[in-house]
Design a protein around this ligand. Structure first.
Ligand code: CA
Length: 234
């Protein structure tokens, strides 16, 4: 599935220019001409990243960013702010409200794509397709293989996605709700305890290679994949 980028920009010429550049780079593009429309679209489906113009009619880009940072569902959504201003203080307040990056117009399509890639690598590492290895547990996203010292284990598709997500976000604690959003997909109507079921299955498989302790339950919060070596002692 192509990475989806929502462009919130009221100037049609810039909207078209960015859309073209991003489609050329292989992204799926969604467009909104104002913040209100963008909120509606985000409410329906979460994009992977938002390119947000600073100056918008009615609700400004800054207000919009503040709003989505406040909501549980959208607070981790990557945002890159676009602005025509060159004032440093704008840059500071853009980053203060939680934008991941900041680009001043005019910018080249190449620069824009490079910045998007950098933010996505940082914020959505599970999209990068890079082989990942933590405490001898090795996961290859391109072949869907999981192994420990050449001993391969077989995971169901959901357990694989769950492990992949947790390994690419090691040490961070995720609630069941966050895991549902990030691993199962947005707006999927399954119960929180579905997560527990799949965590249990995943642990069972990891037990075979003695790595189950890497998958930790954080009481009252959720789950975490740890890079701590002690948890990996056989
Ligand atoms: Ca504008």
């Amino acid at each position: 599935m192509a990475t989806q980028i929502l462009i919130v920009e009221d100037e049609p010429a810039i909207q078209a220019l960015i859309t073209y550049a991003l489609e050329q780079a292989g992204y799926a593009v969604l467009q909104a001409q104002n913040a209100e429309k963008a909120l509606e679209m985000i409410n329906e489906k979460l994009p992977d990243l938002v390119l947000l113009d600073w100056m918008l009619p009615k609700m400004s880009g800054v207000e919009f960013a503040r709003l989505i940072r406040r909501k549980e569902r959208t607070k981790l959504l990557p945002i890159i702010m676009l602005t025509a201003r060159v004032d440093e203080s704008d840059k500071v307040s853009g980053l203060e409200i939680g934008a991941d990056d900041y680009i001043t117009k005019p910018f080249s399509p190449r620069e824009l794509v490079a910045r998007i890639k950098a933010v996505l690598r940082r914020r959505l590492p599970e999209r990068s397709d890079e082989l990942i290895e933590i405490n001898e547990l090795r996961l290859d996203p391109t072949t869907h293989r999981v192994s420990v010292c050449d001993h391969e284990v077989t995971l169901g598709p959901t357990e694989f996605r769950l492990l992949y997500f947790l390994m690419t976000h090691a040490e961070r604690v995720y609630t069941r709700g966050q895991l549902l959003d990030r691993v199962w997909g947005d707006h999927v109507f399954v119960e929180d305890r579905t997560v527990d079921v799949h965590i249990r299955r995943l642990r069972k498989v990891l037990e075979v290679v003695k790595k189950e302790k890497l998958l930790q339950t954080v009481r009252g919060s959720g789950y975490r994949f740890t890079i701590s070596v002690e948890a990996s002692v056989r």
